[in-house]
Each structure stands twice: as C-alpha cells, then as structure tokens.
Write a protein that binds this ligand. Sequence first.
Ligand SMILES: Cc1cc2nc3c(=O)[nH]c(=O)nc-3n(C[C@H](O)[C@H](O)[C@H](O)COP(=O)(O)O)c2cc1C
Length: 200
Amino acid sequence: MSEQFINIKPGTLLAPVPAVMVSCALPGQKPNIITLAWVGTVNSEPPMCSISVRKERFSHDIIRDSGEFVINLCGQDNLADTDFCGVRSGRDVDKFAERKLTPAAVPGFTAPAIAECPLYLACRVTNVLELGSHDMFIGTIEQVGVNPALMDEAGRIDFSKASLVAYNHGNYYALGKALGFFGYSVAAPDVLKRRMEALK
Ligand SMILES: Cc1cc2nc3c(=O)[nH]c(=O)nc-3n(C[C@H](O)[C@H](O)[C@H](O)COP(=O)(O)O)c2cc1C
C-alpha cells in the first residue's frame, strides 16, 4: 500500500469547533465571561456538556467554587465580544461593562446568561477531570434559554436565524450553505427534494 498520510506531531486539530462565551459568577461578586473553544456535548440523557479550562484562568476557580457555568452560543453579532472575552482577563476588566453586555437572570443559577446571545445552556457541574493543561468541567444542562428572535411561528428554534460562528484553528468563520440533513444520504427522493428545498 502506498503512503496515504503524512504523520505529524499529535495535536488538538479537531475542527471545526464552537467558540462560545461562558459566563460564571460567585454569589455577591461581579460575573465574568471566558471564551472557550474546548467545549462539547457529552451526553444526551441527561443532557450534558463539557468545558475545558486552564487552571490559571480567572474563571477557573469561579466555575470550580460555584459549581456552575453558562454556555452562551456565539452568533456573528457576538463575535467581537467573544474574541474580546478570550484575550482579556476578568482579573483586569469587567467584561460585561466593557463590552456593554446585558446580564440576564438564569432561574436557579448565580451566573447570568448574556442577553445579546442567541441561546444559552446553563450547566451544573457534576464531574471535574484534571487532564493536564486543562481541567474539564462536565455539567448537566439544567436551563436552556432561547432568544425569542430565533423562534419560528410553530414554536421551534430556527437556527438559521442565529448566524452561528465556527472556530477553525485560530480563525472564526460564518457557517456556509446547508449541504444536507441527518439521514439525507438514504432519504427517499421526494423527501430529499422537499427537505433540501426547505434548507435553502
Ligand atoms: C477563540 C478562543 C478560544 C479559547 N478557548 C479556550 C479554552 O477552551 N480553554 C481555556 O482555558 N482558554 C481558552 N481561551 C483563552 C481564554 O478565553 C482567555 O485566556 C481569557 O482571557 C480568560 O479569561 P479569564 O481570565 O477572565 O477567565 C480561548 C480564547 C479564545 C480567543
């Protein structure tokens, strides 16, 4: 067999990934925001997410001590704020105030969501894994908040209205055109035509 690949140094090359703003807070203190790309969905029932945070981040101890974090999805309108919250520390700046972001109360949580974002997932920490450079906080999603502007007439979330952003090795991208849907490769021709038409 001929050489199919060039093997390179092992690294974190999974892509694309999301870039999100994670809000966190301790009772009686100002909330903070940290931008994260090492974020994932890790279970369906119960719904769970993970975030990986370096110990030296200001947000790390807030998340550890409060036992909660709120993932705010990043739309194109939120991108400059997302980048900013990933290059400035809450040790030095009040990121909500500096970026004129609006804290939105999350039922049962100390940390607020970010009202300007399309959707939030509020998570209660269930496990912490010390992996090396990062600690992975795994949490159960206890609250989901959707910006009313995303809802269609049937009460469903229309993600096409969210203009979500993807992160690919240091650069941010808009999502491109829809190419298919779950199961499209085996869909009946009439279903394929109808669904693809609806995706345009
Ligand atoms: C796009 C992007 C993704 C990032 N992803 C992570 C991440 O997954 N984990 C992490 O610990 N830091 C990540 N960072 C760095 C932190 O967001 C950054 O150090 C931030 O200033 C920490 O804020 P804090 O000190 O207020 O917690 C990322 C930064 C950017 C711009």
